[in-house]
Design a protein around this ligand. Structure first.
Ligand code: FMN
Length: 194
């Protein structure tokens, strides 16, 4: 049982990282091995735009430090996709990662702009976002987009999401209710596999 988390925050002890840690702790307690991929800290390159993946489903020509983790999306049991909101959207690190998973979206022949997934069925996923804006609804569009471009679009089953607002009074590290929610979602990544 393997749960892999992709973290788009550059801040090791920031809000996104703290919530992801709590989720992975829950997954571990439920029996999983866990991996956190800190996208900012690995030598990850952008998509080459070669479109090789349109004719070779599931293959990415770009080879770098992200490559083994892209392979792990196909073999893992569940995944977490987490990012702060930067400039009304996901961070650059998360966007670069999302471009790189285009190879997992297989173009349906005769149906332009529609996709099948190259990821085997039966996996779970969860989302984490953190924002400064006090309105929790403010970035629902990018959050929905994040789901569609990651776990949802890849055919995984969502078991929960956390939209964290850092301008609330309680710092995330002291927000026991939020961290407990993250922990429970982490457990569900393991226990609610299809
Ligand atoms: C470059 C940059 C852009 C940001 N843009 C937004 C934004 O558009 N909306 C918002 O609510 N917060 C914005 N923020 C605040 C972060 O989303 C917020 O501080 C978040 O909690 C950081 O997450 P982290 O602790 O995981 O790094 C921005 C922060 C930075 C550094």
């Amino acid at each position: 049982m393997h749960i892999i988390a992709f973290n788009g925050s550059p801040r090791k002890s920031g809000n996104t990282s703290t919530i992801i840690k709590a989720m992975l702790k829950g997954a571990k307690a439920a029996g999983a091995e866990t991996t956190e991929v800190r996208l900012h800290d690995i030598d990850m390159k952008g998509c080459l735009g070669c479109l090789t993946c349109r004719t070779h489903a599931g293959k990415c020509k770009q080879k770098d430090a992200l490559t083994p983790y892209l392979e792990a999306i196909k073999t893992c049991d569940g995944a977490v996709f987490g990012t702060p909101i930067y400039m009304y959207h996901v961070t650059g690190q998360m966007k670069m990662f999302i471009d790189r998973i285009y190879h997992l979206f297989v173009s349906k022949s005769g149906s332009p702009g529609t996709y099948e997934t190259a990821v085997p069925p039966g996996k779970t996923y969860a989302l984490v976002t953190s924002q400064g804006h006090p309105d929790i609804e403010r970035f629902q569009r990018p959050v929905r987009w994040l789901a569609a471009m990651t776990g949802g679009g890849l055919g995984m089953k969502e078991v929960g999401r956390i939209v964290q607002v850092n301008s609330h009074q309680i710092p995330v590290k002291e927000d026991k209710a939020l961290l407990e929610k993250a922990y429970i979602i982490g457990q569900k990544l393991v226990t609610e596999r299809a």
